[in-house]
Design a protein around this ligand. Sequence first.
Ligand SMILES: Nc1nc2c(ncn2[C@@H]2O[C@H](COP(=O)(O)OP(=O)(O)OP(=O)(O)O)[C@@H](O)[C@H]2O)c(=O)[nH]1
Length: 301
Amino acid sequence: MTPSHPGLSGPPGAGKSTFIETLGKQLTGAGHRVAVLAVDPSSNTTGGSLLGDKTRMPRLTVDPAAYIRPSPTGGHLGGVTRVTNDTILLCERAAYDVIIVETVGVGQSEISVSEMVDVFLLLMPPAGGDELQGLKRGIVELADVIAINKSDGDLVPAARRIQAEYLSALKFVRPRLAGWRVPVLRCSARTGDGMTELWQTLTAFRERMTADGQLAARRRRQRAVWLWSQIERAVVDAFRRHPAVRSRLPRLEREVATGRLPPGVAADRLVQLFLEGSGRGGERRAEERSRTGHSEEGTPR
Ligand SMILES: Nc1nc2c(ncn2[C@@H]2O[C@H](COP(=O)(O)OP(=O)(O)OP(=O)(O)O)[C@@H](O)[C@H]2O)c(=O)[nH]1
């Protein structure tokens, strides 16, 4: 069976760690091998995240059928997501059949993660507020399934209310997959209630997408998106490092900022400088590649 790559996102405090731990233990208990990869481009701590991830999911960390990759730290989104994308492939080769990709930071990372997973789950706490409204607009459109967590004890009524709120908000959102109405479920990562049903829903989504070819189409689209985002990043990096561009850029930027030069003209001049001067650099890099054999798969700077 093709490995499954669920993506998980949600605001801080939604209970993502507890959720992954509970779900992960259920899955390893059922014979799956589970990998958890976190994407957190906003974090720039060094060294602390390994410990952080271990304490976030203590039971899963010591489970021999689970692998929790510490969040890659620092760097920009392109780099962090590229590493994650490559790690998904490595985990597949290492026979992990469920690879959960979690976004820790809020913002652009959800979009990138939604581009590398086959089902995107949005986990929400049973609380409203303005900040939630803002969050809803952007991320809800990416979600294939929404789960309201902490639906236990005193929080059940609030969880029901939020569930109803999302269901009505979703009436105005176009589903990403034709013929799929985004379900809004309630669960409790603490008690485990609703977790089995949630997993079944994620699996049903996947089976449905596989059956009608939409999963394969999504994967194809994602690979193309990845290719182009890496190309764009590499070209812009090379452009910024280019000596002629670097020396002219500050002046042209000033002229554009003060309105003396239209941005399009400045861009054309810089691109021209880049193209004129990139011949030798290109040859040098080609030489380097032929010496090392595989330098294009290096880690991001
Ligand atoms: N009542 C209740 N509390 C929960 C549940 N899941 C998590 N919590 C609590 O919510 C708080 C936040 O949980 P975390 O799992 O750390 O959630 P998070 O902030 O999304 O996590 P990270 O982003 O992974 O750090 C903790 O105090 C948890 O014990 C649940 O299902 N029910």
